[in-house]
Write a protein of this length. Structure first.
Length: 233
């Protein structure tokens, strides 16, 4: 059977890369392994994968630098692999532009699920949705996976789009961090509050004229975040 998903896997641990590739291949995921960070961007541009699986610690260039380089070139979903699973590493990965994270040692089934979730979001298959949502100056075309604000198009990663879409479906309603984690990942297990804070900061920088004084994507202290409905200030 033809593979349904194509992945570039940037990992210098040869044994782990081989075992993981074998498992992913058995689930119809085509894997292209790169062992060095400084070779990763060229391989991604060559392969044009559906997802990049990116280790944090790499020779040549570390995962954070590779992530930044990729974000400047392509909108491909990036899943960062952290060796220790520490919150600081996850935050760094998300701040660098990663869409998701998985900690070593990871379960192969979980990795497949996370890859598939990113592909569904990128392909616009993440559940039932209206064609267009408008909240104030913000317009989201869910079929085309595009966002404009005041008519000006925004460039968002798949996870940034998913966050904004989740809030736009519930304008004026406060969503707590745990709710948002469940909406974005399907489960709050293994997640952490600051991942949502980082994502909100990333989206806010793109939708607000003054991110330090937000008018649209608001923080409700002690409760969570909301997208201000029309007429709210």
């Amino acid at each position: 059977m033809e593979p349904e998903i194509r992945v570039v896997y940037v990992e210098d641990d040869e044994r782990l890369a081989r075992l993981t590739s074998t498992y992913l291949t058995s689930h119809r995921i085509e894997v292209h392994v790169v062992a060095r960070g400084d070779l990763a961007v060229a391989e991604v541009l060559r392969v044009r994968p559906d997802v990049v699986l990116l280790d944090l610690m790499l020779p040549g260039a570390d995962g954070l630098e590779v992530c930044r380089q990729l974000r400047a070139r392509v909108d491909v979903p990036i899943i960062m692999v952290t060796a220790r699973g520490e919150e600081a590493d996850r935050v760094l990965g998300l701040e660098g532009g990663a869409d998701d994270y998985v900690a070593k040692p990871f379960q192969s089934r979980e990795l497949v699920a996370r890859i598939r979730a990113q592909v569904r979001r990128a392909r616009g298959e993440a559940g039932p949705r209206p064609e267009r949502i408008e909240v104030g100056p913000l317009a989201i075309d869910t079929s085309a996976m595009t966002v404009t604000i005041g008519g000006k198009p925004l460039t968002l990663t798949t996870i940034e789009f998913a966050l904004l879409h989740a809030l736009a479906q519930r304008p004026g309603r406060v969503l707590g961090r745990e709710q948002l984690l469940q909406l974005l990942h399907g489960s709050a297990d293994e997640a952490f509050d600051r991942s949502i804070d980082v994502l909100v900061s990333r989206v806010r920088a793109k939708v607000e004229d003054d991110p330090r004084n937000p008018k649209l994507l608001k923080t409700v202290r002690g409760a969570g975040y909301m997208l201000a409905a029309a007429g709210e200030s």
